[in-house]
Design a protein around this ligand. Sequence first.
Ligand code: ASP
Length: 358
Amino acid sequence: MKRSQRISVAVFLSLIVSVGCESASSNQSRKPNIVILATGGTIAGAGATGTQSAYTSGAVTIDAMVDAVPGVKDLANIKGEQVANVGSQDMSFDIMLKVAKRINELLPKKDVDGIVVTHGTDTMEETAYFLNLVVKSDKPVVLVGSMRPSTAVSADGPLNLYNAIGVAVDPKSRGLGVLVVMNDWIHAAHSLTKTSTTDVQTFMSPLRGLVGIAAYGHNDYYNAPPWKHTTKSEFDVSNVTKLPRVDIVFGCADMSPDLIDASVNNGAKGIVIAGVGNGNMNKASLDAAERAAKKGVVVVRSSRVALGTVGRNVEVKDDDMGFVASDELNPQKSRILLSLALLKPRQVSQIQDLFYSY
Ligand code: ASP
């Protein structure tokens, strides 16, 4: 090789090396930016000792929560905002709207790559599903909580938070809708439900299975949720300050129809029946539900049973009575979808279509 050729090869190689170094260093400076929106719950709870079950929700700051998670700052640049501070039994539509609006402000920013919402587990599925319908971005939004307070022996919050941030920074999480990460499992907002009052392994997605598995920042994805959500959703709460009242009436043997009438008389615009079996109720309650539907209150038949779908016109003549069947949605998620559906005038048949697509 001539000397001049040797020089140009050397220059070429040094260029490759310098480009390589540049991308490695700019990759480092491009560590994803995650915003944690904290709302309270057991993940931020503290008890007097490591073994007592009594604790106070929302006693721990976001910084203290993040500091309790070794290595998490290697995954992302993390900023925190306290949006609310409640046990999620006190979660309200007002707080859900506040969280949704803040997410919709943050996600369009170039320097925000994903959101993690810390939340109590009691109503986490409801907030997750609400956000799934009203967030206008395909960047990751991940809800996380814990079953044990931060002070407990073997608190589950730190690993859950690590995994939630690991999922929020993963480009493969984009476009999957709102996700929930608990106990190493990644759930779709549409499918998960709380199944145990106290077990760490409480959340299941019994009908559709998991979206994937999270393991210390390494994630496996199995299933993309098939329903409409986020960027494909028609629901927009940017100008909404209040959601229509929708009540849930629980079905049982010898169910009292009075609760349905009371709901109507107290101003409900929609009623979800957590019916027995395939969304059934006794004759007296069917009559009350039909009275409600005739007054323009939208009645959705869901089920108190954990597994299975509620189908139209199976044992109840939905076409004649003017009811909606919830399909896969449990009563608490049916209530969220129905409240959003009632934000504008819609025919019962159009609301039924929403239950098939969301
Ligand atoms: N009651 C608590 C809450 O939902 C329970 C929990 O977070 O696990 O806020």
